[in-house]
Design a protein. Structure first.
Length: 434
C-alpha cells in the first residue's frame, strides 16, 4: 500500500525513520562484533565437544561405539560378497550413503572407520551449530546455547550413531518451514529415507494452505529420487525389510511400556523376568506381562495417532499457523511416536534436540521453549546415565541395577512430561479466538 505524501517530500524524512523502515536483514552487526562472536562460538563448540569426547576417553563408555563396530562388520561382509540385500536389513538402503564413504576412505579398516564416522558426525554437528548461530542473528542466543549443551548432555552417543543426521535434517525442516517450504519437504523426505520416522512429520508442514504444493513437490521429488534408486538397487524385499524388522521386534527394556516390568524386575531380579538381546539386535524383556504390555503399545499407538490427527486438524482450522506452532506440532509428533512405541533406544533423544533448537530460533526468549529445553537437557543426561554409563548394571543383577532402573523410570517420566507439555502448547496456540 503506498504511503501518504509528507510535507517537504523525502527531505522531511528523519534519519531515525529511515533506519526504522530498512529491512531487518540490512541491520547487520559490525564486522568486528560478528568476527568476535564467530570466534566465541567456535571456542565454545570446541570446548563442549572436547568435553563430550573426554567422557568417552576417561569414562567407562566403551560400549557406546558398539553400533559403529557393527556397521563396520556388516560392511566387511558386504565387500566380501555378502550381498546388499542381506546387509543391515533393519535400516533403509539410503543409510549406506551415510556410512559407506567413511568405510571406503578408511580402507576397510574398523578403527579408521570409527574415527572417520565420528568426525563426519562432528562436521554435521558443526554445520548445524553454524545455522543456529546465524538464526540467532550471529549472537549466542537460546538456540545456539541449547545445542551447545545438548550434545554433551546426551554424550558421545551423538557421534557414534547416524541418528544425528535425521535429527539435524528435522531441525533444518523446522527452520525452513515458513520461508522455504519446498526445502522443508525435501529435508523431511531425506530424513524419512534414513530413519522412517520423519515421514510422520509431513502432515505438520501441510497445515499451512499456501505451502502445501511446494512441500509436496519437495517431499515427493526427493522421495521418488531416493526411493526409486533404493528400489532399483535392492528390490522390493530389501526396501520393505526395515518395516518388517520393526514390526517383528519385541518389547525393548527402555520403552515406556516396559517401565513397570523393569521396576518389578528390580524387586524380583532373579527368575521371573529375563533380559537379553533378541534376534533383532536389541535388549528386550521376557516374562509375565510382556505380551500384555506389547498389546498395550499397539493401543497407545492408535490413540496417539488419533491425538495427532486432532492436533493437525486444530492447526489446520486456525488462521495462518506460525513457525512456532509448527515447531510445537513437530515436537509433539516426535514425542508421541516415541513414547507409544514398543522400541525406544537412547539415540531417539537426538530426534528432539534438532527440532527444539530450531524452535528456539523461531521463538526467541519464549518461556515455554526455555522450559521445554531445560527439561530436555535433564532428560538427555538421564539417558546418558542409563546408556552407556549404567547399561551393564541394568542388564545384570548388579548392585547398581536398582539405581539405574530408577533412573530409567525417571527418564521415561520426563519423556511423558515433555509429551504433555508439547501437546499443551499446540492446544494453546491453536485455540480459536472468542
Amino acid at each position: 500500500m503506498p504511503e501518504p505524501d509528507t510535507p517537504g517530500g523525502d527531505q522531511a524524512m528523519t534519519s531515525s525513520s529511515v533506519v526504522r523502515r530498512r529491512p531487518l536483514r540490512q541491520l547487520e552487526l559490525p564486522e568486528a562484533i560478528v568476527a568476535q562472536g564467530r570466534y566465541s562460538i567456535a571456542m565454545r563448540w570446541l570446548l563442549s565437544r572436547a568435553l563430550t569426547l573426554s567422557i568417552l576417553v576417561f569414562g567407562h563408555e566403551s560400549d557406546v561405539t558398539g553400533d559403529v563396530k557393527y556397521y563396520a562388520r556388516s560392511l566387511h561382509q558386504l565387500v566380501e560378497g555378502g550381498g546388499l540385500r542381506n546387509t543391515l536389513q533393519e535400516y533403509p538402503l539410503p543409510v549406506f550413503l551415510v556410512i559407506l564413504p567413511q568405510f571406503l576412505l578408511g580402507f576397510l579398516n574398523e578403527v579408521a572407520f570409527s574415527i572417520l564416522f565420528a568426525l563426519s558426525m562432528m562436521i554435521v554437528d558443526a554445520v548445524f551449530t553454524g545455522f543456529l548461530w546465524r538464526g540467532d542473528r550471529r549472537r549466542r542466543g537460546d538456540a545456539t546455547n541449547l545445542w551447545l549443551w545438548f550434545v554433551p548432555a546426551i554424550g558421545p552417543l551423538a557421534y557414534f550413531r547416524f541418528d544425528l543426521v535425521p535429527a539435524v535434517l528435522a531441525g533444518g525442516a523446522v527452520l525452513a518451514a515458513i520461508r522455504r517450504p519446498a526445502i522443508a519437504g525435501a529435508l523431511t523426505a531425506f530424513g524419512a529415507a534414513l530413519k522412517l520416522w520423519p515421514a510422520v512429520m509431513l502432515p505438520t508442514f501441510l497445515i499451512r494452505r499456501g505451502d502445501r504444493r511446494r512441500v509436496l513437490a519437495g517431499f515427493f521429488g526427493t522421495g521418488l529420487l531416493i526411493g526409486g534408486a533404493a528400489l532399483a538397487v535392492g528390490g522390493i524385499s530389501r526396501t520393505l525389510s526395515p518395516l518388517h524388522w520393526q514390526s517383528a521386534r519385541g518389547l525393548q527394556i527402555e520403552s515406556v511400556a516396559a517401565t513397570p516390568l523393569m521396576l518389578a524386575r528390580m524387586v524380583h531380579p532373579v527368575g521371573t523376568w529375563d533380559v537379553h538381546i533378541s534376534q533383532y539386535k536389541a535388549f528386550e524383556i521376557f516374562g509375565p506381562g510382556v505380551h500384555l504390555a506389547s498389546q498395550l503399545t499397539s493401543v497407545l499407538t492408535v490413540l496417539g495417532g488419533l491425538l495427532l490427527v486432532t492436533l493437525w486438524w486444530r492447526a489446520h482450522s486456525a488462521a495462518a499457523p506460525t513457525a512456532e506452532t509448527l515447531g510445537w506440532i513437530f515436537l509433539a509428533t516426535a514425542l508421541i511416536v516415541t513414547v507409544t512405541n514398543k522400541t525406544l533406544s537412547p539415540q531417539y533423544l537426538l530426534w528432539l534436540g534438532g527440532p527444539v533448537a530450531a524452535l528456539a530460533v523461531r521463538a526467541p526468549a519464549d518461556p515455554a521453549v526455555r522450559t521445554f529445553a531445560r527439561v530436555l537437557l535433564v532428560t538427555a543426561v538421564a539417558t546418558q546415565l542409563v546408556f552407556p554409563v549404567g547399561y551393564n548394571a541394568l542388564l545384570k543383577t548388579h548392585s547398581f541395577m536398582p539405581l539405574v532402573t530408577l533412573d530409567l523410570a525417571a527418564r521415561n517420566l520426563l519423556l511423558l512430561w515433555l509429551t504433555w507439555y508439547a501437546v499443551r502448547q499446540v492446544w494453546i496456540q491453536t485455540r480459536r479466538p472468542q
